[in-house]
Write a protein that binds this ligand. Structure first.
Ligand SMILES: [Zn+2]
Length: 457
C-alpha cells in the first residue's frame, strides 16, 4: 500500500463530500439536544453506530449506568436594593433551591480570588465569572473547581456569569455522577455586570428557587476499530452528548461529525492493515463529568498500556478553515514532533501544549498516555473561553461546513501517519511522574478519593 497515495486519497474523500454537514443537521436540528441519558442522546448513539456500519465497521455499543439529572422550573430574583427577575438556568446537579441571601463577588473564582474574599462568603451566595483570563504558566480552573472552592468557603449558593455578550445564559454541570451540595445558577454577561454594578452601591440580596433532581440513567459509548497489525492502539475520541438547553453544535456535534468523517475516509482508502489499530470512541455523558470516557478507561484498564496516542475531538471545528490547531495536553516534548509532521504533510496546522482537565482526553492523560485535542485558537468571533459552548446559542449556524472538512482532513492525516508508523512508542508517563504532575496541578487528592489514580497497574 502506497501511504503517500492513501494520504492524498483521504484528503480528497473529506473535501469531496457533504456528509459532515448532513450528520451535523441530523444531530442538531432533528434531535434538538442530546443530554446525557435522554432518548435523544440514545438516538444519536444509534445514528453513529448505523453510520459506522455503513462505512464498513463493526461498531460495539457499551452501555453504562450513571447518576443523571433532570431540569425543573427555577427562578433567580434580586430582592434588594429593589426587585428584579433575571433570566437564569439552573446548573445540572444543583440541589433544588429555596433560599434568599446576600451576594459576594468572587472574581474569576481562582484560588487567589477566594483567598481575598476569606470568610466573608459564609452563608452568602458566590457570584463567579465563568472564564479565567489566560495567564502564562497558569491552568484556568474548571467550573467544578470554582464551585468546590465556594462550597468549602461556606457559600449557600453559586451564580456563574457568562463573559460573552448577547444576553446569553450559560450552563455547565456542578458534579459528576452525584448531586451537588449547594444550588448553582448560570446567568448572562449582561445580568452579571448588572449585579456587579449594584454591588458597587452596597449589599445585594438575591432569591434562588427551584432546580432539578438526580435520577439513575443509562448512557453509552460507541466503539469501532480499524484493525492494525500490532497490539498497539491509537484512540480517536469525540463526545456526542450535549447540554439539555442547546443544540450543542460546536460542542460537540461538530467533533462527532469530524470523527465520523475521519472513520469514513480511512475505511474508504486504507486497503491493507496499518501498523496500529485505530479505535474510534464516541463518548456519551461527557458534559455531566466525563462519565463516558471514565467508564471506558475503567472498563478497559488492562488495554490502556497498549494505547500509544489519544486524539480528542472536542470543539474540533470552532475556527475558520486553515486555523486548525493540535493542542497537546501536558506533553511539551511532543510539540516538535507534530510541527515536523505538519511540515511533512505540507499543511500548516498549529501545534501547542496546554494542559486542561475539561474533556475526554483527561482519563487517558491520568493513565499516562500522550493526548491531544484538535481545535482552533481562531477567535474571529471575538468571544472568550468556551464561546457559544454551553449556551442556547450553540447552534448549527455557528459551524462552518468548511471548518468541518478542514478538521477532518487534519485529523485523518495525523491519525493515518501515527497509525502507519512506529513513532511515539514507549512514551507513557511513569506512575511516579504522573503523581508529581497531578500533585502540582492540585488534582491528585480528588483522583485518589475517586479511586482513579493509579488507573493502570
Ligand atoms: Zn465538549
Amino acid at each position: 500500500m502506497n501511504l503517500e497515495l492513501v494520504d492524498k486519497l483521504v484528503t480528497g474523500e473529506v473535501f469531496s463530500s457533504d456528509r459532515a454537514l448532513r450528520h451535523l443537521l441530523f444531530l442538531c436540528d432533528d434531535l434538538g439536544s442530546r443530554f446525557a441519558g435522554s432518548p435523544q442522546e440514545r438516538r444519536a448513539a444509534e445514528y453513529i453506530a448505523e453510520q459506522l456500519g455503513e462505512f464498513g465497521y463493526e461498531p460495539v455499543v457499551e452501555t453504562f449506568e450513571f447518576i443523571g439529572w433532570q431540569r425543573g422550573a427555577a427562578s433567580l430574583e434580586v430582592v434588594s436594593p429593589f426587585r428584579r427577575e433575571l433570566p437564569a438556568l439552573v446548573l445540572p446537579y444543583s440541589q433544588p433551591a429555596d433560599l434568599t441571601a446576600e451576594l459576594v463577588p468572587v472574581g474569576e473564582g481562582e484560588a487567589e480570588d477566594f483567598a481575598r474574599v476569606g470568610d466573608r462568603l459564609a452563608g452568602k451566595i458566590a457570584l463567579c465569572a465563568a472564564e479565567t483570563t489566560p495567564a502564562p504558566g497558569r491552568r484556568a480552573s474548571h467550573r467544578r473547581e470554582k464551585y468546590r472552592r465556594a462550597v468549602e468557603a461556606g457559600a449557600v449558593g453559586f451564580i456563574f456569569w457568562n463573559q460573552n455578550p448577547g444576553q446569553v445564559v450559560i450552563t455547565g454541570s456542578l458534579a459528576s455522577d452525584a448531586g451537588a451540595p449547594i444550588p448553582g445558577f448560570g446567568i448572562s454577561r449582561e445580568s452579571g455586570l448588572f449585579l456587579l454594578r449594584l454591588l458597587e452601591r452596597g449589599p445585594v440580596t438575591v432569591r434562588l428557587t427551584g432546580g432539578g433532581s438526580t435520577v439513575r440513567l443509562t448512557s453509552q459509548n460507541v466503539i469501532a476499530d480499524l484493525p492494525g497489525r500490532s497490539e498497539e492502539l491509537i484512540i480517536v475520541g469525540a463526545h456526542y452528548d450535549g447540554h439539555d438547553i442547546s443544540q450543542g453544535a460546536l460542542d460537540n456535534a461538530a467533533g462527532t461529525v469530524v470523527g465520523l468523517e475521519i472513520a469514513r475516509a480511512l475505511r474508504a482508502t486504507v486497503t491493507e492493515p496499518l501498523e496500529r489499530t485505530v479505535r474510534f470512541i464516541f463518548f456519551g455523558a461527557e458534559e455531566v463529568g466525563l462519565v463516558g470516557s471514565w467508564r471506558y478507561a475503567e472498563r478497559h484498564r488492562d488495554e490502556l498500556g497498549r494505547v500509544v496516542f489519544m486524539l480528542n475531538l472536542d470543539t474540533a471545528a470552532r475556527g475558520r478553515l486553515g486555523t486548525e490547531c493540535l493542542v497537546l495536553t501536558g506533553w511539551p516534548e511532543l510539540v516538535g514532533y507534530f510541527r515536523d509532521l505538519s511540515r511533512r504533510l505540507g499543511y500548516d496546522f498549529g501545534v501547542e501544549d496546554r494542559f486542561n482537565t475539561h474533556s475526554d482526553h483527561f482519563p487517558f492523560a491520568v493513565a499516562g498516555i500522550p493526548t491531544a485535542t484538535l481545535t482552533s485558537n481562531d477567535r474571529a468571533d471575538g468571544l472568550v473561553g468556551r464561546g457559544w459552548g454551553h449556551t442556547p446559542a450553540d447552534t448549527v449556524d455557528k459551524v462552518s461546513p468548511k471548518s468541518l472538512q478542514g478538521a477532518a482532513m487534519v485529523g485523518a492525516r495525523v491519525v493515518l501517519s501515527v497509525a502507519a508508523g512506529q513513532e511515539l512508542a514507549g512514551l507513557r508517563r511513569s506512575p511516579a511522574e504522573l503523581e508529581r504532575f497531578l500533585l502540582e496541578e492540585r488534582l491528585l487528592d480528588e483522583l485518589r478519593q475517586q479511586g482513579r489514580f493509579p488507573l493502570t497497574v
